[in-house]
Structures are given as structure tokens and as C-alpha cells.
Design a protein around this ligand. Structure first.
Ligand SMILES: C[S@@+](CC[C@H](N)C(=O)[O-])C[C@H]1O[C@@H](n2cnc3c(N)ncnc32)[C@H](O)[C@@H]1O
Length: 186
């Protein structure tokens, strides 16, 4: 993707220790679909840190993860640096039926994309927190599916051919079967 594209970071709100699998899937989605990193606020989950660290070592790239910062602090820093906040919610402006994506692109600013897990606080819908409330359709589904569709539309599909530098493992696409290139540790 072009170097001049805004940076996209994902914030997963409301993670509980029993949400480990879903949060890991949110992080894998974020990484594979072009986000620069993920913040997991207000909790420390060492298992997730270890899983993500292993994924980045094996599959390459520079994806960062910040775990345990307070939500308020993360939000304050992000906004102080000029970043914008997009909250993915079934209650927001429909990504297909409205021009919300054009308006987001037009800002040209770095983007913090917030997804929930359990019910999010009402203040998340306010202007003070979210510059845009975006619905990937107005039916409830999941943080992974909404994030995947949002990122793919934001990057216009270009993120799907991103190169991940310094990978130990690389999939060589095949019509049939599986081929993985393995470069041992340096
Ligand atoms: C499984 S949902 C939890 C919903 C929660 N039970 C509630 O009532 O708000 C988890 C997250 O998925 C995302 N999500 C679910 N459906 C969505 C949609 N249609 N559009 C955008 N995001 C959606 C939101 O970020 C939401 O916080």
C-alpha cells in the first residue's frame, strides 16, 4: 500500500480473559488486513501477547500490539496526535447506504478503529469519543466480520497483496494443495 496512506490502528474494547480466542481473531484480522497494530485497553492478557508475538515472528511484518494501557489514556494520546476515531457499531451509518466511507477517506487522518466485545458504554456513540459511528450493515454480527469488511473497504482491497517483511513462513499460493516456504532462524 502507498506510504502516504493514513495509518490504521485497531482498539479492541472490553476484552475479558474468556474472550481470548475472539480477541486473537480480531488481532489476526487487523494484521492481515492492513492495520498497523492493535491496542487492548484496560487488561493485561499475557497469553494474547505471546500468541501475537509468535504470529509476527513467523509471518513477518511490523504489526504492533499495546496491551494494558487505559482506554482514556490511549484515546487522549490518539486524539492529541491528530488521529480520528471510527467506532464500528450496528447502530451507526450504514457503510453501503451512506457516504460515510467517502467522508472518512476525505479527512486523510490516521484512524483508530474501535470494536467492542460486550455492550459498549453509551458515551462511545458521542461526538466526544467517535468521529464516525459506522455500521457494516445494520444487523448485529461480530467484531471480526465488521473489522474485516471495514478494512477491506478502507484500503480498497489493496491490503490483500501486502508484503510482510522478514517472514519465516510464507505461503506460496497454489491452485490445489499447500506450499509454504520456510526460512529458518538467522
Ligand atoms: C458481538 S458484538 C456485541 C454487541 C453487544 N452485545 C451490544 O449489544 O452492543 C461485538 C462488536 O461487534 C461489532 N459489530 C457487530 N455488528 C456490527 C455491525 N453490524 N456493524 C459494525 N460493527 C458491528 C461492534 O464493534 C460490537 O461492539
Amino acid at each position: 500500500m502507498g506510504a502516504n496512506l493514513p495509518k490504521v490502528v485497531v482498539l479492541r474494547w472490553g476484552h475479558r480473559l474468556r474472550d481470548e480466542r475472539v480477541t486473537t481473531h480480531v488481532a489476526l484480522t487487523a494484521r492481515a488486513l492492513g492495520a498497523a497494530g492493535i491496542m487492548l485497553t484496560d487488561v493485561k492478557d499475557e497469553k494474547i501477547r505471546a500468541t501475537l508475538s509468535e504470529v509476527v515472528q513467523n509471518w513477518g511484518g511490523t504489526f504492533f500490539f499495546q496491551i494494558g494501557t487505559s482506554f482514556k489514556k490511549a484515546m487522549k494520546c490518539w486524539k492529541a496526535e491528530g488521529g480520528m476515531v471510527v467506532h464500528l457499531t450496528a447502530y451507526g451509518e450504514n457503510i453501503e447506504a451512506s457516504n460515510v466511507m467517502e467522508r472518512i477517506h476525505a479527512t486523510g487522518r490516521d484512524l483508530l478503529v474501535m470494536v467492542g466485545s460486550r455492550k459498549v458504554p453509551a458515551e462511545f456513540f458521542s461526538r466526544e469519543i467517535s468521529d464516525f459511528n459506522v455500521a457494516v450493515g445494520n444487523q448485529p454480527h461480530s467484531e471480526c466480520s465488521s473489522l474485516a469488511v471495514f478494512l477491506d473497504r478502507f484500503f480498497n482491497g489493496k491490503e490483500l497483496v501486502n508484503e510482510f517483511e522478514n517472514a519465516r513462513l510464507e505461503i506460496i499460493p497454489q491452485k490445489h494443495g499447500k506450499k509454504v516456504l520456510s526460512r529458518g532462524r538467522a
